[in-house]
Design a protein. Structure first.
Ligand code: NAP
Length: 279
């Protein structure tokens, strides 16, 4: 058996076309979605990511503003900028690129972003709302993972989902989303004993350990949906996993393309909420 490939690039392109239409519709009603992207320092990877985010905004018609602070900027300067953006009507989403330089407290910065504009979904209130099933912005990578699973057509109710990784940005939120979709969820981490025994029970296996090649054939139940979040190298040994799985995401071209797409979606949703409030 050879697994069906879940093509993240194709899903992204389909979604971008839908999102462009939504932006046109909102703009016609006088509410062009706006995203502020803030980066501090000169880290090349961070610069690359923010550049990609701004470019994609342009492609779907979202207004974007890029703020580049020097590595010497103080935490207070960043907090002042966030306060300004919180109050700015043309901005519906604020993204502060992480990691921040060591002299800045990430928690304080994230908490300063208003909940209404927390399109990254990292604010502790957003995390709490996700836990209790309240309306909130869902972190982009987990939201993208769920979209990819949805597009396989699998009904998650009653299925066993195993998530390898328990980070606050991927593992925990995706586990919560799988639970909300009525899957039975197991979360594994670096201290988990008998990893293959557990992952082999998974109807859906989400690999988010950041350990290239950690999972192979012996970890996968025949026919399972396998989502490999590992980047830039996959956590799953693709060639052998492909022989066993029912569906599988490649790396690159699986989860990766979804993250920015979901950021744009969250920004559009935020503008839509602002329009409702204005009406
Ligand atoms: P992270 O914060 O380093 O967390 C990794 C998690 O994996 C931890 O919970 C760790 O367990 C667990 N783990 C590590 N080694 C393990 C092992 N041998 N067996 C079982 N669990 C193990 O990483 P992250 O930020 O969640 O990211 C995970 C991966 O996804 C990385 O490759 C990252 O680059 C990628 N990623 C991709 C995207 C994207 O494509 N858009 C977005 C975000 C992240 P402990 O908690 O016990 O340490």
């Amino acid at each position: 058996m050879s697994a069906k490939i879940i093509n993240g690039k194709q899903v992204r392109d389909e979604m971008l076309a839908e999102l462009s239409n939504e932006v046109i519709e909102l703009t016609e009603q006088g509410m062009q979605p706006g995203l502020a992207v803030v980066v501090v320092g000169e880290d090349p990877a961070s610069k690359l990511y923010v550049g990609m985010k701004v470019k994609k905004c342009g492609e779907v018609g979202i207004h974007s503003e890029l703020y580049e602070l020097s590595a010497e900027a103080t935490e207070q300067e960043l907090l002042d900028l966030i306060a300004e953006l919180n109050a700015k009507e043309s901005i519906h989403g604020i993204l502060v690129q992480l990691p921040l330089p060591g002299h800045m407290r990430e928690e304080a910065v994230i908490e300063a972003i208003s909940l209404e504009k927390d399109v990254d979904g990292f604010h502790p209130m957003s995390t709490g709302n996700l836990q209790i099933g309240e309306d909130c912005f869902v972190p982009c990578t987990p939201a993208g993972i769920m979209e990819l699973i949805r597009r396989t057509g699998m009904d998650l109710a009653g299925k066993h989902a195993v998530v390898v990784g328990r980070s606050n940005i991927v593992g925990k939120p995706v586990a919560m989303l799988l639970l909300q979709a009525d899957a039975t969820v197991t979360i594994c981490h670096s201290k988990t004993a008998n990893l293959p025994e557990i992952t082999k029970q998974a109807d859906v296996l989400v690999a988010a350990a950041g350990r290239p090649g950690l999972l192979g054939k012996e970890h996968i139940k025949p026919g399972a949906v396998v989502i490999d979040v590992g980047s830039p190298k996959g956590d799953v040994r693709f060639e052998e996993a492909e022989e066993v799985a029912g569906y599988i995401t490649p790396v690159p071209g699986g989860v990766g393309p979804m993250t920015i797409t979901m950021l744009l979606k969250n920004t559009i949703d935020s503008a839509r909420k602002a329009l409702k409030i204005r009406a």
